[in-house]
Design a protein. Structure first.
Length: 233
């Protein structure tokens, strides 16, 4: 495998990975710093995309165009949409979609992008299976799940909104970047995987849980990303 692109929305999600890279060069484009070098013996580009779907899509496209990424991993945190998935657990994407896409006025199902056949964008099966094995090895104290991840440009902290997203998508977790990265990777025929460590329950407790559990959630996610990278190739 050639270059592997690794995207995090926030600096906290990529700083640990940057510190472990060697032979690093930095390229700045679209106000993003792309750290190119070796990580776990693999050619990698690590970048903070910024928060939200547009930042994430622009970042993924630059990885495709400028760095010829042959796989993309998006690591970060998310809110749980499944009662069995607790704070600190990890969700690996089976597929991704936008929970805030609404073209129902034109006869499309909620979340369906108009004039596209795909209701959701499938993640790479091999990457997911490898990540599942790695997570059980490096994070034995938590659970790991495989399921749909839903993205939208909003921090979900309202139970009514959470219930609506669950009804429309059946997703296991919600966040703000994964679907845009998966969408971009899909259009460019690049295998991808979205890794999300759960930092809150996406309900009224979010403001209380988020700060307390963010650091631990990121630690689990980063540990998994490193282990997955070592197995790819």
């Amino acid at each position: 495998m050639g270059v592997i692109g690794i995207i995090g929305a926030m600096e906290e999600e990529v700083s640990c990975l940057k510190e472990k890279m060697t032979e690093v060069s930095v390229t700045r484009k679209a106000s993003m710093d792309f750290y190119e070098g070796l990580l776990e013996g693999k050619k990698a580009v690590v970048v903070r995309s910024g928060i939200g779907k547009v930042n994430a899509a622009v970042c993924a496209q630059i990885l495709a165009d400028d760095f010829k990424a042959e796989a993309i991993i998006n690591t970060g945190i998310a809110g749980s949409l499944n009662n069995d998935i607790n704070i600190g657990d990890i969700v690996l994407s089976t597929d991704v979609l936008y929970h805030d896409m609404d073209a129902t006025g034109f006869g499309y199902p909620k979340c369906q992008i108009p004039q596209m056949e795909e209701f959701s964008f499938p993640a790479n099966v091999r990457m997911r299976r490898e990540a599942l094995l790695v997570c059980r090895e490096v994070n034995p104290e938590i659970q790991v799940f495989e399921g749909r991840i839903a993205s939208g440009d909003q921090f979900v902290s309202d139970k009514a909104l959470k219930d609506e997203i669950i009804k429309n998508t059946g997703a296991f977790a919600c966040e703000m970047e994964g679907a845009a990265i998966g969408h971009t990777a899909y259009l460019n025929h690049i295998p991808f995987l979205i890794i999300r460590a759960i930092s809150d329950k996406a309900d009224g407790s979010a403001s209380m849980d988020y700060a307390e559990f963010e650091a631990k959630a990121i630690e689990h996610s980063v540990r998994l990303t490193q282990g997955l990278l070592a197995r790819l190739g």
